[in-house]
Design a protein around this ligand. Structure first.
Ligand code: CDP
Ligand code: MG
Length: 153
């Protein structure tokens, strides 16, 4: 089991796509164990996007990600980190394959609707930034036996 962080970015909230985006993860059988609406501050943006903070396009990204509320989620599942990234598609919505979230709903490099952790190291760091222990609702889904064979767990 892996945990990964997702952020439905300001464009997803403004475009009323949060429900449809979260539905995709639910439909896939992933387990949502944390969810909240927040507004990202410039300080938080710099921390979360530390790897990009020196890039020339970072000011635009910071302006965008702090522009209005986001919905942050914690998702759990077998191979969840790579699986959720695959479900997002390529960074630029114009290059993302149809069938992916970005491929189906985004035509922008910046306004690509959803963030998801890229590696186990990033997931651990990002979950720690956005979720306190008391905000994580770890539970065993009752339908678990219908989601995975026992040797997959
Ligand atoms: O989100 P992902 O890991 O796919 O892409 P990234 O290369 O780590 O970039 C982080 C985010 O910065 C992207 O999701 C875009 O929202 C934004 N971005 C941007 O505004 N301009 C760029 N030239 C590249 C990325
Ligand atoms: Mg990235």
């Amino acid at each position: 089991m892996e945990r990964t962080l997702i952020i439905c970015k300001p464009d997803a909230v403004q475009r009323r796509l949060v429900g449809r985006i979260l539905s995709r993860f639910e439909d896939k059988g992933l387990n949502m164990i944390g969810l909240k609406m927040i507004t990202i501050t410039p300080e938080l943006a710099k921390k979360h996007y530390a790897e990009h903070a020196e890039k020339k396009w970072y000011p635009g990204l910071e302006g965008f990600i702090t522009s209005s509320p986001v919905v942050v989620g914690l998702i759990e599942g077998v191979d969840a980190i790579a699986l959720v990234r695959k479900m997002l598609g390529a960074t630029n919505g114009r290059n993302a394959e149809p069938g992916t979230i970005r491929g189906d709903f985004s035509s922008s490099q910046q306004m690509n609707l959803v963030h998801a952790s890229a590696s186990a190291e990033d997931a651990a760091r990002e979950i720690d930034i956005f979720f306190g222990e008391s905000e994580i609702q770890a539970y065993e889904p009752a339908i678990m036996p219908s989601l995975y064979a026992s040797d997959e767990l």
